[in-house]
Design a protein around this ligand. Structure first.
Ligand SMILES: *[C@@H]1O[C@H](CO)[C@@H](O)[C@H](O)[C@H]1NC(C)=O
Length: 210
C-alpha cells in the first residue's frame, strides 16, 4: 500500500516507522509459540546431545519467525519505500532467539517515548550519542581487541551499519572491577550529559557481593 506523504509529514512518517517496528516486536509476543519452552523440556531428557539439538531447534525457530516478521513488514510502505527495505539492516540481523524470547528478555518496557525518539533520530539521520557504563565485561575484558571486538564496539558497529544516515558517536565509560554504587558517584565523569542512549551493565559486579 504505497503512501505518498507530503513533505512536511515525512518526518512524522519516519517516526511512525520506528513505532511500527516496536509494535511488531510487541506483536511477536502474541504470535510466538510455546516452542522454546517445550524444546527445553525435550532437551533435558536427552543430555548434551539434546542440548545441542535444542539450541539448533531454537535457532531455526527464531529464523523462521523473523522471516515471517519481515514478510509482514514488507507489505507496509512509506514514501514509496517498503518499510522492510528501510529497516532492512536491522531486520536482517541474524537473531539467534525467536521473537517471543527476545520479548521475554525485556523486563520493563514502559512507555518508551525516549527510546522511540532515539530510533527516530537514527532513522532520519541525526547525531546520536551512545554510551556505556559497566564493569570489565563492558570495558572489554577478554575481547581479542579492546575497542574493536568488545561487545560495545560490536553493538556500535551494528548501529552504524543499521542506520548509515545517522552520525553516531560512542563513548565507553566502563570501569573494570567497579560496582554501580561507585559509578553513581562519578557519573558526570564517565557519561556525557547529552547522551541519547546509554547501556548499563552491572550484572556481575553488583551481583558478586553475596
Ligand atoms: C558528527 O557529530 C560530531 C559531534 O557533533 C561532529 O564533530 C562531526 O563532524 C559529525 N560528523 C558528521 C559526518 O556529520
Amino acid at each position: 500500500m504505497p503512501w505518498h506523504a507530503p513533505a512536511p509529514q515525512r518526518r512524522a512518517a519516519r517516526a511512525l516507522l520506528a513505532l511500527a517496528f516496536l509494535a511488531l516486536l510487541a506483536a511477536a509476543k502474541e504470535s510466538g509459540p510455546a516452542g522454546a519452552g517445550g524444546a527445553r523440556r525435550k532437551g533435558a531428557e536427552g543430555g548434551d546431545e539434546g542440548g545441542e539439538a535444542v539450541k539448533e531447534h531454537t535457532r531455526d525457530l527464531g529464523r523462521t519467525q523473523w522471516r515471517q516478521h519481515l514478510h509482514r513488514l514488507a507489505q507496509v510502505s512509506v514514501d514509496d519505500r517498503g518499510i522492510a527495505d528501510l529497516l532492512g539492516p536491522v531486520l536482517r540481523h541474524k537473531y539467534e532467539l525467536p521473537p517471543a524470547q527476545v520479548q521475554k528478555s525485556l523486563v520493563y518496557l514502559g512507555p518508551n517515548a525516549r527510546l522511540r525518539r532515539v530510533v527516530h533520530d537514527l532513522i532520519v539521520g541525526k547525531h546520536v550519542r551512545v554510551g556505556a557504563i559497566g564493569g570489565s565485561i563492558t570495558h572489554g575484558a577478554k575481547a581479542s581487541k579492546i575497542g574493536e571486538t568488545d561487545w560495545f564496539s560490536l553493538v556500535s558497529k551494528y548501529l552504524r551499519d543499521a542506520f548509515p544516515r545517522a552520525n553516531i558517536t560512542t563513548r565507553n565509560g566502563a570501569l573494570p572491577a567497579t560496582p554501580s554504587a561507585l559509578m553513581n558517584m562519578c557519573l558526570e565523569t564517565y557519561v556525557d550529559v547529552d547522551v541519547d542512549l546509554l547501556f548499563v551493565e552491572y550484572v556481575a559486579n553488583d551481583g558478586s557481593n553475596a
